[in-house]
Design a protein around this ligand. Sequence first.
Ligand SMILES: Cc1cc2nc3c(=O)[nH]c(=O)nc-3n(C[C@H](O)[C@H](O)[C@H](O)COP(=O)(O)OP(=O)(O)OC[C@H]3O[C@@H](n4cnc5c(N)ncnc54)[C@H](O)[C@@H]3O)c2cc1C
Length: 511
Amino acid sequence: MKKPVSIVWFKKDLRIHDHRPLARAADQGPFLPLYIVEPELWAQRDYSARQWNFARECLMSLNDDLSKSGQPLCILKGDALSIFQSLHERHGIASLWSHQETGNHWTYDRDRRIKQWMKSHSIPWHEEQTGGVIRHLTSRDRWAQRWDRVMTEPVTLASDRFEALEGSWPFKLPNAQELFTSSDYCVNRQHGGRGEAINLLSTFLHDRGQNYRFHMSSPLTARDACSRLSPHITWGTISLREITYAVRARLSEIETDPSREAKSWRQSLSSFLARLHWHCHFIQKLEDEPRIEFKNLHSAYDGLRETIENGAHFIAWCEGRTGFPFIDACMRALDQDGWINFRMRAMLMSFASHLLWLPWRETGLHLARKFVDYEPGIHWSQVQMQSGTTGMNTVRIYNPVKQSQDQDPQGIFIRRYVSELKDIPDAFIHEPWLWPAFKEETYPLPIIDHVAQARQARDLLYRLKRTPESRAVTVELVAKHGSRKRRVQTKSSRSSPLNKQNVKSQLAFDL
Ligand SMILES: Cc1cc2nc3c(=O)[nH]c(=O)nc-3n(C[C@H](O)[C@H](O)[C@H](O)COP(=O)(O)OP(=O)(O)OC[C@H]3O[C@@H](n4cnc5c(N)ncnc54)[C@H](O)[C@@H]3O)c2cc1C
């Protein structure tokens, strides 16, 4: 009789470094590293071919690392439960190891079914926490301290030799044409794989990140000044803990440097650390309240924007033809790059929800598909925040003309993506409809009066926010989801519990 196999199930943790389920399974003997390509997942409305192409590169890189250590990756395609059933029938499953996944509703349901099945077959499923996101959290109090603790735990180093399983296992890695019915050409998409992640982190920490704090808002500078690690964090080619250690090691290096340059680095890297914290803070919201993928967090906003009432507006927004040059440039840039900076994401969302009065679920789905870094927990929380449906946050209605003047004063970004406007005089680049020689055949007129729409949206949302019933709901929501204001770890926590030497020795790579 053959021995049943232990399986390490890779999902959005496509690395061998700082991967506890993998290390723990490997400690017990040979194991099967498995990735399941689930066509039903990739057919969900929030997933897209550009994301698959990125994940596919990560899987190839993961397979290289696993193969070097003696046990190549097995890739199977199909429904995950049926695959586990068939593996169990053929080989017997001794145990399953994975990270907990806070994904969309579909993955949540799939994991529930698999858990039931594993239980009914007495197969232990060992799930490890992902980053700082806590399953079955009862209170947000001291959550931030728990996050700090997790990020200061030792990085799990990857073994350079795994005990190999007998036999050969399938490696069926489909391309996008096999998995998707329509194409999704993203010309400047970032590339997947561990090497890419390490390179981005290194160039960010030593070269690109110095002015991160000041350059993150404009799409002209953010492309280089931001870390660009988001798709790698989403697909797990590098862990948040590894990034946190590397940032702290860099901060330790410049801790006592009195130069202006070092000061600017320290400020930028502290802002960056805060964002790593936000990453988990937002995913925690979806973990605690899975309905926010579909329903308003705050019930006072129910019934406001349930369906797309103006299909032409929706299409114009999706295609970058609203007649607002900066909005259109951002949407077209996102289409070509698969990424855009935070402020522009917020502006695109706010424009759709407040000025076009479109339902956030539909516009959020469009953005999700365009983002290579789509992370349901961050995405749906942010989509609702920018749409004013959380009740907890200040309603922010961006003025698309002012943003354009502030973030792209000379229209360089606009001209790069909206080629129809390349010859327009500088004075009219933000509001081309005011140019006496403007031709509607070349570029559309604005599809709305943005000032009047903003006023209407603001009045309505504030009225709803201020009712006594609404305030009562807000108090409950803040207690459950609100961040407990605190200073994110900077100087003091850098010296404890990790001293400089310790920080350096925890890095699984050289920067
Ligand atoms: C409507 C909307 C939707 C968004 N959807 C996503 C999404 O699907 N996936 C995603 O990773 N981010 C999302 N964000 C947050 C943010 O825009 C991106 O994380 C950031 O632009 C990624 O680029 P970067 O890695 O260069 O970020 P950096 O500025 O270098 O930040 C480093 C990391 O910190 C985290 N981070 C940064 N900003 C935020 C934030 N505001 N909230 C939570 N985490 C943050 C991310 O993991 C990011 O990779 C969304 C923001 C908005 C307004």
